[in-house]
Design a protein around this ligand. Structure first.
Ligand code: SF4
Ligand code: SF4
Length: 261
């Protein structure tokens, strides 16, 4: 399968790509630039039409691939992602904010009370607020790059899959398998909370390799048994409330956790 598409005249052209930021810190867009030695190769395969981090030009009308960073937190963002879905043949979401609502999602509880807690006179713009949600709560997405922030090489891998096609499947297992393959000792042995028990694998247990427990930034694994993981944490002396609070950091809006309550 070629990375090229055909224009109206039958000529092969590179896929037209747009990169859009919603509610986010733009850290994942910045991470893309950290691909450094590969960045020019990547740019050589695409026709980069719009990159919100780098330009204040208006977004073009036509494109083939939409890369979305950030959570949906207002009606304008909701309209934007619907438009991106209508016009792009491939939609890639990057970062925890876009995948799970991430850090913006932490504000979901009591969201509509927050403006009056912050402002004496609530600005009109707050009338457009939506409770923070991941992009796939609004539109179907085709590809995901997880974590906060993303790994630039993980981004390139997923972009290559979107451009060329691939039968590589997404990891749905939890992080512990990767961690054990690295032969790392488990944090629970010292009574330290680690969310690798329930977090989607795929980063190679990077934080544990660096001596830090997993904070769950890749989102709750579809294979996770949360009740069993919580019980295991309690057996190692962890307060279950601490486990639940830590898990909500990157999964505040996950319906699977709402069912747990
Ligand atoms: S996932 Fe993390 S680094 Fe990426 S935009 Fe959100 S807060 Fe920033
Ligand atoms: S709980 Fe954390 S430290 Fe323990 S095996 Fe799983 S990922 Fe590794």
């Amino acid at each position: 399968m070629s990375n090229s598409v055909f224009n109206g005249g039958g000529e092969r052209v590179a896929p037209r790509v747009v990169v859009v930021g919603l509610a986010s810190c733009f850290g994942c867009q910045l991470q893309v630039t950290n691909a450094e030695q590969y960045l020019l190769d990547v740019l050589g395969q695409i026709d980069l039409r719009y990159w919100q981090l780098a330009s204040d030009d208006p977004m073009p009308e036509e494109f083939d691939v939409a890369i979305i960073e950030g959570a949906v937190t207002n009606e304008e963002a909701e309209r934007t992602v619907r438009l991106l879905r209508e016009r792009a043949s491939k939609v890639i979401v990057i970062g925890a904010c876009a995948n799970t609502a991430g850090i913006p999602g932490m504000a979901a509880e009591g969201f509509f009370q927050r403006p009056s807690q912050v402002y004496d006179r609530v600005p009109k713009a707050c009338g457009n607020m939506l409770s923070p949600r991941p992009v796939d709560a609004v539109i179907p997405v085709d590809y995901r790059v997880r974590a906060c922030p993303i790994d630039p090489y993980d981004f390139i891998d997923v972009l290559q899959r979107a451009l060329y096609g691939s039968n590589k499947s997404y990891a749905s297992a939890t992080m512990c398998g990767e961690c054990k393959r690295n032969e790392s000792s488990c944090f629970y042995a010292s009574g330290t909370l680690c969310l690798g028990l329930v977090t989607t694998a795929g980063c190679g247990a990077k934080c544990v390799n660096l001596g830090r427990p997993c904070n769950g930034c890749r989102g709750l694994s579809a294979d996770a048994n949360v009740a069993s993981a919580r019980a295991a944490a309690v057996r190692f002396g962890i307060d279950p409330t601490r486990f639940d609070d830590a898990l909500r950091l990157f999964n505040q809006t996950n319906p699977a956790l709402a069912e747990e309550d």
